[in-house]
Design a protein around this ligand. Structure first.
Ligand code: ZN
Length: 233
């Protein structure tokens, strides 16, 4: 599959591989270690030749599970930051331990006019993916950009992103996906109100809720909503 990178930070893009945190069907793009390898290849963290046979060993399975635990931890920290609150101290301490462990073997390498922390070639690729993610998370956590972390306002979308817009009022992970979807919902809601019908326990289409069931560009959509959006002028 083709992944979307709209978070403005590698660590946020990583948390966004789970679409709807906290829901019974959260839409997880990383079901296997092979998915993580593919995701990392698309970020540029891995070269194609590095991905061969990756993720099949027991050790890689364990690395994959640790990566998913890191994803939950980062979501806990940055989704809280998105509400303007300080992350829970315990979550920060847990991440600190992970980060300290991650940079233990990193070395400074000159890149253009500055240096960059890099890991030796002997580091296992799946380990290095988590280490790079931890480094990006630490950079975000220790910068003023932390105050610009936002969470998408789209229903059933828990994506996080750094808001680099001039007015700092970005609401959507992607205007074309979640933004338009919300506009259609509002349009339908207003239409129903104007004809004097109450939606009650029903959704905007007069039907009881059912799981979102279509994936478009990696995001999930309700079939009917998608049809309406498609047929709007
Ligand atoms: Zn969204």
């Amino acid at each position: 599959m083709t992944y979307e990178f709209l978070g403005g930070n590698l660590a946020l893009d990583f948390t966004n591989t789970l679409h709807s945190h906290g829901e019974s069907d959260p839409g997880d793009d990383l079901k296997t270690a092979a998915d993580l390898v593919e995701w990392a290849a698309q970020t540029g963290l891995l070269r194609d030749k590095d991905t061969h046979k990756l993720g099949r060993t027991h050790a890689d399975q364990a690395r994959f599970r640790r990566a998913l635990a890191l994803r939950e931890l980062l979501y806990e920290i940055f989704s809280r930051a998105a509400t303007g609150k300080r992350p829970q101290p315990q979550a920060v301490r847990n991440f600190q331990s992970f980060y300290q462990n991650a940079i233990r073997h990193a070395e400074f390498h000159p890149v253009a006019d500055h240096y960059r922390l890099m890991w030796p070639a002997s580091t296992r690729p799946l380990e290095r993916i988590s280490q790079e993610i931890a480094r990006s998370a630490a950079e975000l956590l220790t910068s003023e950009a932390l105050t610009r972390v936002r969470q998408c306002s789209g229903e059933s979308c828990s994506w996080l992103f750094v808001d680099n817009s001039r007015n700092g009022m970005r609401r959507w992970c992607d205007m074309k996906a979640c933004g338009n979807r919300e506009k259609v919902r509002r349009f339908r809601r207003n239409l129903r109100r104007s004809v004097g019908k109450s939606s009650g326990a029903e959704d905007d289409f007069g039907e009881t809720r059912r799981p979102l069931d279509v994936k478009v560009r990696g995001k999930r959509f309700n079939r009917k909503l998608l049809a309406i959006r498609t047929h709007r002028p």
